[in-house]
Write a protein that binds this ligand. Structure first.
Ligand code: SF4
Length: 367
């Protein structure tokens, strides 16, 4: 029945490529993998055709029409009509940092050199989050410890080459503690020659005094300060997001977002998680934000935990890839086209012309 659903989706959305439709459907249906089933590491695949590139990772093996066979993905036991390569398998330990772009194997648009840090991962804020899944294994560390770790593990003690440091964190006890954390990251990075952009992804940085202090530390240069306010879904947030994360209702969030925009944050985005809200609510919330911020979208990642499963919205459960296509098309109508972003769980894949894809393939084949 659900497979028929996929065929129906294909005929309804013939303007969307097979690669993209399968990408959505894989997010929805998951994968059957004998390695994970026997306790092995989780797979990450490069998926691409001659126009677009996507990266997909799975966290569990499940009953699915997609199956891993000899490092390739089969759909209903047949080859897919686009390339797919098992890029790596990763263990269950979450990294405190990773590099995007030419320093690593995770591509970035325009080959931007990005360092993602999450030195404060311990969190239990959201039922859908994969950090919660492994929160018991996580320990928070200070930015000082984090940058020493990067130096010790990579030998990199000079960071002037970086374009951006993205700061993703679990929740802090207070906004003030978060502010100190961000300032510490900036201090540690600048001591190592960094003078690029800071990208804060979270929802705790909202008051004028804290934002003002960080802006000032970045010399009030709006090109150096980027934020993505983590909304995830617009309504009934507190039933699946807890503590400070779920506390605010949508009107309060709109007011926070307007403040951020007026307070010197250059590029303002908001995160939205596709799959945890019905279409009508999504539509209402998204429309109100069009003139304020750009969406930074992810499609829900299944973790196998019951709490994660319970966050799925009825429309997503019933519509699967078709629901994802509808969200995509509505966003395209609202913003006048694709919203290509530097994140892999996005609705729009990376155009291959927007980064040096062959350098990754060359490195991959030499590994
Ligand atoms: S606040 Fe962020 S890190 Fe914490 S559980 Fe929610 S999504 Fe995960």
């Amino acid at each position: 029945m659900i497979d028929k659903n996929f065929e129906a989706t294909k005929s309804r959305h013939s303007d969307i490529s097979d690669l993209e439709l399968h990408f959505y459907n894989m997010k929805y249906r998951g994968i059957n993998d004998s390695v994970m089933e026997s306790g092995g590491d989780r797979p990450i695949f490069y998926l691409f055709d001659d126009k677009n590139f996507g990266l997909i990772s799975f966290m569990l093996s499940e009953d699915s029409p997609y199956r891993i066979h000899k490092d390739r993905i089969l759909f209903n036991d047949e080859e897919l009509n686009f390339r797919n390569i098992l890029f790596t398998r990763l263990g269950n330990t979450l990294p405190y940092y990773y590099f995007r772009g030419p320093h690593g194997m995770f591509p970035s648009l325009q080959d931007s050199k990005i360092l993602n840090v999450n030195f404060n991962p311990k969190c239990g804020g959201c039922d859908f989050c994969f950090y919660v899944y492994r929160t018991k294994q996580l320990e928070n560390i200070t930015p000082q410890q984090g940058f020493k770790k990067i130096e010790a593990e990579t030998g990199l003690n000079e960071l002037s080459c970086l374009d951006e440091i993205a700061i993703v964190t679990g929740r802090f006890e207070s906004e003030d503690m978060l502010k100190v954390h961000i300032l510490d990251v900036i201090n540690q990075a600048e001591e190592r020659g960094f003078d690029g952009r800071i990208f804060y992804i979270g929802s705790q940085l909202v008051t004028p005094s804290c934002i003002g202090e960080i802006s000032k530390r970045l010399k009030n240069d709006s090109d150096r300060f980027r934020c993505a306010y983590t909304i995830e879904r617009f309504f009934d947030r507190s039933s699946i997001m807890h503590g400070s994360k779920g506390k605010k209702d949508y009107p309060e969030i709109l007011s926070d977002m307007k403040n951020l925009k007026n307070l010197g944050v250059g590029k303002l985005e908001y995160t939205y998680l596709v799959g945890i809200e019905d279409f009508d609510e999504f539509k209402q919330g998204a429309e109100e934000l069009v003139h304020i911020a750009i969406p930074h979208i992810s499609i829900l990642r299944k973790t196998g935990r019951n709490a994660n499963q319970l966050t799925l919205s009825r429309d997503y459960v019933e519509g699967g890839p078709d629901y994802i296509c509808q969200i995509r098309k509505h966003y395209e109508d609202l913003y006048g086209g694709k919203i290509i972003g530097n994140n892999f769980a996005n609705l729009w894949l990376f155009p291959i012309s927007d980064f040096n894809f062959s350098s990754y393939l060359n490195r991959l084949s030499s590994v």
